[in-house]
Structures are given as C-alpha cells and as structure tokens.
Design a protein around this ligand. Structure first.
Ligand code: ARG
Length: 564
C-alpha cells in the first residue's frame, strides 16, 4: 500500500498548502472497502482555505489529476475517498507480500525507540491467578506488535518474589514440608502449603506471629531464611519458565520485586529529599490529595517497604537502564489506582517520562464451569488449562482428521492457540466468560477457524502441480478477489492500530476478517480447477493470504500448523 499512499501524498501536496508529512499523517484507511481504500479528511484545511470541509473535499476531488493507481477519487462529506485501481491493487499487493514475506506488514515507525513491557508477573508462593494468564498473553502480543513496528521491545517479568507470604511459607515448610513433592511440582505444592497455612492460622493465630518473625529474618539476611527463599524462587521460576516455553513467551528480564531490595533506601531517600513525604500514623507517605487520590505508602510503621515503593524504584531504575520511550504495565484493572499513584509520585519527583508510563488494564476472565473445574474460584493452574485445551483439541482433530500423523503436536498448537485467541479476540477491558466449546469451535470466531483456513491453503498449495509458477496478478479483479486483496493490504494498518490502542483484539478481528474474506473467495472461485492463468493468479493470492495469516497469528503469539 506504500505506493498508493505515496501517490496520494504527491497528488495532494501539489494542490494543498500542507507538507507531505502532514498529508501522510492525516491519511486514513476507511473502516470498510465500500468507502474506498484511503480517505483524506479536510477538516484541518477549513481555516486556512476559509471554506467548509465538504466544499473543500468536493473542489479538490474535481481538481486532482488522474492517476493510473486510482480508479476513482470521490468527495464524500468532508472526506476525499480514493479507490485503488483493481489491477494495480492486485499487482502491487502481491508483489509486496512476495518480496517481504515474514516481514510483510512491518513498519519502521518505532525504530530507534524502546518500549518496556511489564507483564505476567506471577507471585511466587501464591497462586498463579487468571489475571496472570491474561497479562502473559496480552503482554506477549504487545511485545511482538511493537517489534513489528520497529521498536526494541524489552519484556520484564516483575515477579512477586518478595513479601510477607514468604514468612508464611517458610513456617509451613518447616512444619509440614515434603521435599519430594516440592521438587516434583513446586507451584502446586507451594500453593497447598500456602492454603494449609491459612487454614491452620485461623485456629492458631500464633502461626501468623511466627511467619512475621521469619519474614523479618529474611529481610535481615538470615542464612536459613535466605536459602529457603532462594530454593522456593528457583524451583517456581523453573516451573514458570517451562510453561512460558510451552506458550512461546519470552522475557528479557526476570528482575522481580526482590531485585530492588538494595535500592529501596535510596528511592525513599530521594522522595524525602525532594520534600514530598509526610509521616501519617507512623507510616511514611506521599500525600496525593492534590490529585484526589489516597496517599501513596512508602514505608509502614515498622519500616517495611511496600509494593508501591518497589514499583517507584523499579520505574526509575528501568528508565536509567533502557531510556524507554514508553513503558507499559499489563496488569489487571483492579490495580488502576496503584499505578495512578505511582505515576503521580514519579511526576512529583520531576520525571517527565512519567507521562510515557501507561497502565494497560484488563478485565476478569471467568471459566464457565463444566469442562474444567478451577480448583477454587478464579484460581487456575495454568498448566491444567493448557493440558485441557490440548486434550479437547486432540479429540476434535481425532474426529475431523483421523489420518493426521502428528496429532498431538497439532493439538497443542490448536488448543493453546484457542486459549490465547479466546482471550485476545475480546476487547481487553471487558470481562470474559471463557467457554471451551466456543473457543474451540472450528467455524466460530476462533483461533482454530483461522488456523484451519491456513491449513486449508497449505493443503491446496501442496496439491497444486507445477507450482510456484509465474502469474499475472492483474487477473484478480472480481469482487471476492478484491476483498481478499484489500484486506491483505490493510494488514499493516491493523498492526499500527493495535499498537496505538494497545489492543491486540484489533489484530485478532483483522485476522477473522481476512479468514472470512478468504473463505468467501474460496467458496465462490475455483482455484485448482480454474484455467491455467487464473489458477496461477489465484494460487498466488491464497499463498499471500497464507503468509499474512502466519504473520498475524505470530503477532498474537499463536502458531499456524500446516495440517490439522
Ligand atoms: N505480582 C503482581 C500481582 O500479581 C503484579 C505485578 C505487576 N507489575 C508491577 N510492576 N507492579 O498482582
């Protein structure tokens, strides 16, 4: 689409008192193809040209010289709409996909800039909540989307690896610990210890005292406490990494809450020196009344630092390390106030980059009961979800394609893809009701539907004799073909829009549209049985669809098996 864009910019810049960059920035992609392939809004010109935007649009549309790249240029209200020449669209789009391949859709708008993405961040020795699954999936996608726009993405897993829960855990472990179970399945086992501790502490409050004492020892560097903490952390982290591996998620750093222990005093001192602190009921706080927020707590009465202290420290440290142009915190909506407070304090400290820190909130996920019971409320064991997904996908594949050779491998990709897409296809701020039947429906708005379209194309391409072959893209002028081409041409916009709104759902919807356009085309237009010229052009078309589906699924963190 770059060619078309450039041509519009050239045509308009000859007629308008605007520079090329301005025109390029204002150029829009209309929401549906009936409204043209590009639209230029004339609002901003009203003042300078002393005319109403619809009039400006009408006059401009008249005046613009013809271009071989466009069929029609029309004024519609305050917009000038450009309709690409069908042959040109076909030719240029397929050319571009063929040259760029796995890079097709990428842009350079973020090049030279770093985006730090804080995501996943489960708590060791506390349950991995559904929120952590959402954060992992959304964060991973935003990571890849920014990379595709040329940013350097830095993924940080701000592990919850410090806090009073470790005191409880040490007590529980010393009393009831079983080494074999700890080594075998640390996450579940530590969680069981955690639950048992809470249950028993209800009757024996003395346990809470003991736990506090052990956490104090840990903070003071007691050797035994340190060793146990290290062991719990190492074992849990190894387990998390194994799961991230299954999900294909990568982090550049696992600097969690404990990482900042040694730096916290400096952070607190900085806030004090800048005159921002007050003592309230023995605690050290930053008053945020001026922004209508409750105070941000830096130290409790007993001197202990808090979650917010660590986040302040981490933000300052990360800015020093990465000089980011944005930092995103992919964390549940229930922590909105926490982040507003942290950002407000950073601003008070004089850090202008606080403006570039954004909380990317998301709603709750509820697993519809039935096929998988979540051992307790909103609590999940991530691995159970992934196993369940794989198992269900395996059953479906078994029915649909009993001949398939590596069924289990494919089932993994399909099942896990279904879980990821079941999350990402929803607007992230909404709550989700997760329903296994829905996310695995091969003809619904699901990952399996998109993956299946992809596998179908792969199968056609495998069957095609004498392919690849030269082809004439300008034969692809029917409505069905043009809808596919127009959709392919919008891929890059969808990536950019997903980044602007920080919503992978934009891209998920885009892929559903592309898969739907492909299926409609495939339903109407024979490929393998078409006449040679047409056959080759159509094969090239579906090969381009295949490439875009792969690229797009990758950006969501989903794999595309060639057979399923
Ligand atoms: N561990 C925290 C939780 O489970 C999430 C951490 C998010 N990141 C951050 N920098 N605060 O609630």
């Amino acid at each position: 689409m770059e060619m078309f864009r450039k041509e519009i910019v050239r045509l308009l810049s000859e007629q308008l008192p605007l520079d090329k960059q301005q025109i390029a920035n204002d150029l829009e992609t209309p929401p549906t193809p009936e409204m043209g392939d590009f639209a230029f809004p004339c609002f901003k010109l009203a003042k300078e040209l002393r005319n109403a935007p619809p009039k400006i649009a009408a006059e401009l549309a008249e005046k613009l010289p013809a271009s071989e790249l466009f069929d029609r240029v029309e004024a519609r209200g305050p917009y000038i709409n450009f309709f690409c020449d069908r042959k040109m669209l076909a030719q240029l789009t397929l050319d571009e996909v063929q040259t760029e391949r796995e890079k097709f859709g990428q842009r350079k708008s973020g090049s030279g800039q770093t985006v730090v993405i804080d995501f996943s961040a489960p708590n060791i020795a506390k349950p991995f909540g559904v929120g952590h699954l959402r954060s992992t999936v959304i964060g991973n996608s935003l990571y890849r989307i920014h990379e595709a726009l040329g940013y350097k993405s830095v993924g940080i897993n701000h592990l919850g690896d410090w806090g009073t829960q470790f005191g409880k855990l040490i007590v529980a472990y010393l009393k009831w610990g079983d080494d074999t179970r700890l080594e075998e399945d640390p996450i579940t086992y530590l969680y069981e210890l955690y639950v048992r501790f809470h249950r028993e502490a209800e009757e024996k409050p003395a346990l809470d005292e003991e736990a506090r004492a052990w956490f104090k020892k840990l903070e003071d560097g007691d050797e035994q406490a340190r060793q146990l903490w290290q062991r719990f952390r190492d074992l849990s982290l190894a387990e998390f990494k194994r799961i991230y591996n299954i999900l294909g998620v990568h982090f550049d750093s696992y600097q969690g809450e404990s990482y900042y222990n040694e730096m916290l005093d400096d952070t607190v001192r900085e806030v004090e020196t800048k005159g921002l602190t007050e003592v309230s009921e023995g605690a050290l706080i930053v008053n945020l009344e001026d922004s209508n927020m409750p105070p941000c707590l830096l130290r409790k009465q007993d001197g202990a630092t808090l979650y917010a202290t660590r986040d302040l420290c981490a933000a300052i440290y990360r800015h020093q390390m990465h000089d980011f142009s944005k930092m995103l915190y992919v964390v549940g909506a229930d922590q909105a106030l926490h982040f507003q407070q942290v950002f407000a304090v950073l601003k008070k400290l004089g850090y202008e980059w606080a403006e570039n820190c954004t909380h990317v909130p998301f709603g709750l996920i509820r697993f519809k009961e039935g096929k998988m019971s979540t051992r307790q409320g909103t609590l999940i064991f991530l691995e159970d979800v992934l196993n369940r997904a794989t198992e269900l996908a395996h059953q479906i594949i078994q029915e649909k394609n009993p001949q398939l050779e590596n069924k289990y491998e494919v089932a993994k990709k399909v099942g896990i893809g279904a879980v990821i897409f079941g999350d990402l296809s929803n607007d992230r701020v909404k709550n989700i009701e997760f329903d296994w039947d829905k996310v695995l429906d091969f003809s619904g708005e699901t990952a399996p539907y998109i993956q299946y379209s992809h596998a179908r194309i792969c199968s056609i391409l495998r069957k095609a004799a004498a392919w690849p072959a030269p082809f004439d893209a300008t034969l692809l002028v029917s409505d069905e073909e043009q809808l596919v081409l127009g959709t392919i041409a919008r891929f890059s916009d969808a990536i950019a829009r997903a980044a602007d709104t920080l919503k992978p759902s934009v891209l998920a919807r885009y892929l559903l549209d592309l898969a739907a356009a492909f299926n409609r085309f495939y339903h109407q237009c024979p490929v393998l049985n078409a006449e040679d010229d047409i056959r080759n052009a159509r094969l090239a078309l579906i090969d381009a669809v295949r490439q875009v589906l792969v690229n797009g699924l990758y950006l969501l963190g989903i794999e595309a098996p060639e057979e399923m």
